[in-house]
Design a protein around this ligand. Sequence first.
Ligand SMILES: CC(C)(COP(=O)(O)OP(=O)(O)OC[C@H]1O[C@@H](n2cnc3c(N)ncnc32)[C@H](O)[C@@H]1OP(=O)(O)O)[C@@H](O)C(=O)NCCC(=O)NCCS
Length: 193
Amino acid sequence: MSGPAGTPRRTEPVPPVAVTLGTTEQLGPAQLAAGCRLCEVAFAGECFGDEDWRHALGGVHALVHDDGRLVAHGALVPRRFLHGGRVLRVGYVEAVAVDPGLRRRGLGSAVMAALEESVRRDHDAGALSATDDGAALYAARGWLRWSGTTWALTPSGRVRTEDDDGSVFVLPGDVGLDVAAELTCDWREGDLW
Ligand SMILES: CC(C)(COP(=O)(O)OP(=O)(O)OC[C@H]1O[C@@H](n2cnc3c(N)ncnc32)[C@H](O)[C@@H]1OP(=O)(O)O)[C@@H](O)C(=O)NCCC(=O)NCCS
């Protein structure tokens, strides 16, 4: 069986993967440049620009290296969402990327496991906007697809973001979430979700 990107299904047990965690400040310019390059390669078919990389900065990064080379990356940045009349402290997942030659070996899962630990420790909930490849990974890890409507707080008020309906996933923490209700994200330049 193959995934959409032609990645063969795993047939052997996956050995433990060593994940390094660091804040954007701790990573420094060289590691950040390597992370951005990996995303550009990994998202090949889809557009990944400077704005997308900037969305991945300001929180924590999970990194996997192979012989000193960065082969997997993911980031968790703090955001504020509105849901059910309250403000949620959300850990938002960005720039999850695995070297195209090393997929379906558990690297994406290892990155996500590290970020999910941080979501559970430091945030009310996790959230992200998924690609098709990503959706399979997140659903396999217990993330829930948001079936309700999505919105954003913008300088001109709260607006519907209907193009993003169906691609948002959440990881509930201690706070109850009604995934069939409304979810509103905070404002930022570029893609809001
Ligand atoms: C999405 C991505 C990060 C997954 O990384 P990965 O290292 O291949 O993921 P894993 O090996 O940990 O996969 C774990 C499970 O997720 C699911 N999964 C992951 N990729 C999948 C795919 N392409 N098709 C179907 N299921 C998939 C499977 O259940 C898999 O378990 P299995 O291999 O035992 O069947 C990788 O495909 C990638 O970099 N894609 C391009 C960038 C991208 O779309 N990033 C996501 C942004 S939201």
